[in-house]
Design a protein around this ligand. Structure first.
Ligand code: MCU
Length: 431
């Protein structure tokens, strides 16, 4: 194809985008940042010892000062509270961008060099481009199994092959954690390896942003992975608002599954097991494995950290250990946050699948996977998310909450008559 054809195709695309006033902006942070609430004034967090027991899902809409979120724009700083609580009690702190991040992007790979406080570390990732002319959106695939990379590429997105273990190793004791993250922040950091993996993906996006975007776009990144890497994909998406599409697969205990619900789900991996099997969760989570009802945040609120961005949760209802019923509770609870933000169509939960093999490639997911990529990474199509919950692992949200979902105004705090002033992006695309 010559330049002229590309130019014509581009012009046609732009014209189509201009004509379709309903075409949503990519669902990323309004300001394009990793964490847009970093400047929020958050009251002091509670101490672990003074947390009340709350047997149902804590109300995600009640702020630390006891008042409730009333407008969509209030969610920005409520999200920041949830982020800090989730760091303090569940995952450990995910530090902000280090003082120096450099690297390269080629058609086959990405290198990342980080230095901070006199310490340096490097890691790399693979790039596998789809056919066609770039620049391409990309899906970061954690680990080497369970993700349908052929379907991702056929949908028009590149695959970034990321080995999380280079950034946060498994098989280490909690007081001697290893990998690039711990080279920078110390082997006795209390941050768990899921947050370390998330930090690594954020540094890859930093490099994409600096690369000029000739090969891979930095404003259209997705993430996926299965099992332990599904736990990782969930945390990656929750902790970086530059991720437009989060797709955890069979993430189980320590992933999407609600911590409170796991306690009563027959056969589900107990929290004590997930905490001790690997240093996935932060060290502070150790005091909650027997009493998750003391946690001020549960995973429905972590789902809410992803809202209103694209979220496609895939689960396997055939293996009890994978805690799919508890994940459905978290997805249903988190979907209430999406609805309140006017983005109910941006979340999909799908556990109604035939094949019971762990991390199998499933034909049922191929089409919705591609539709999610089209909607959130390519900005095309008219996909609307939904709940496809396997009957044998279907949680009942009504049993898990005593709060109602508020009708949030569009305003900046001055009532619901003021139109939103955010430049782009935060605009809910599910309506
Ligand atoms: C679902 O993810 C984990 C699970 O939590 C572990 O108990 C098990 O050992 O491994 C699963 C996994 O990552 O399988 C690939």
């Amino acid at each position: 194809i010559g330049f002229r054809m590309v130019a014509l195709a581009l012009a046609a695309t732009l014209a189509a985008a201009g004509a379709a006033a309903t075409t949503p902006a990519p669902a990323v942070a309004a300001d394009g940042s990793e964490n847009e609430g970093a400047d929020c004034q958050v009251p002091g967090l509670p101490d672990a010892g003074s947390l009340p027991t709350v047997s149902r899902l804590p109300d995600p809409f009640t702020k630390l000062n006891g008042t409730r979120v009333t407008t969509k724009s209030d969610w920005r700083c409520r999200r920041e509270e949830i982020k800090r609580l989730a760091e303090k009690f569940v995952y450990g702190e995910k530090p902000a961008k280090p003082s120096s991040v450099t690297g390269t992007v080629s058609r086959t790979g990405i290198t990342v060099n980080v230095s901070h406080n006199g310490r340096t570390a490097s890691f790399s990732a693979g790039v596998d481009l789809p056919s066609g002319t770039g620049p391409f959106p990309a899906v970061v695939v954690l680990g080497g199994f369970g993700a349908d990379t052929a379907a991702i590429k056929a949908a028009g997105a590149a695959v970034i092959t990321y080995d999380p273990l280079a950034v946060g190793r498994e098989g280490t004791p909690r007081n001697n954690k290893q990998g690039a993250f711990y080279t920078i922040y110390g082997a006795n950091s209390s941050t768990g390896i899921l947050a370390a993996w998330a930090w690594g993906v954020s540094r890859i996006i930093d490099v994409l942003e600096q690369s000029g975007g000739g090969i891979l776009r930095s404003d259209a990144t997705g993430v996926t992975g299965c099992s332990r890497y599904g736990k990782g994909a969930f945390v990656v998406g929750a902790f970086d608002q530059r991720i437009a599409l989060t797709m955890p697969i069979e993430s189980g205990s320590g992933g999407v599954a609600g911590f409170r619900a796991i306690q009563g789900e027959s056969g589900a991996q107990p929290l004590s097991s997930a905490y001790s099997e690997q240093p996935w969760l932060g060290d502070a989570f150790g005091s909650f494995t027997g009493s998750p009802a003391r946690l001020p945040v549960d995973t429905h609120s972590v789902v809410g950290m992803i809202a209103p961005r694209g979220l496609f949760i895939m689960d396997n209802p055939h293996i009890d250990w994978l805690a799919a019923r508890s994940a459905s509770v978290a997805a249903l609870g988190g979907a209430e946050i999406y609805k309140a933000l006017g983005a109910g169509g941006n979340i999909t939960y799908w556990s109604a699948v035939q094949d019971g093999t762990h991390c199998a490639s499933r034909s049922e997911w191929r089409t919705p996977l591609q539709q999610n990529i089209q909607k959130f990474l390519l900005n095309t199509g008219s996909y609307t998310g939904s709940m496809r919950i396997a009957a044998n692992k279907s949680g009942n949200l009504a049993e898990w909450r005593d709060w109602q979902t508020p009708t949030l105004g569009d305003g900046d705090g001055g009532g619901d008559t003021t139109p939103p002033t955010a430049p782009s992006g935060l605009a809910a695309s599910g309506t």
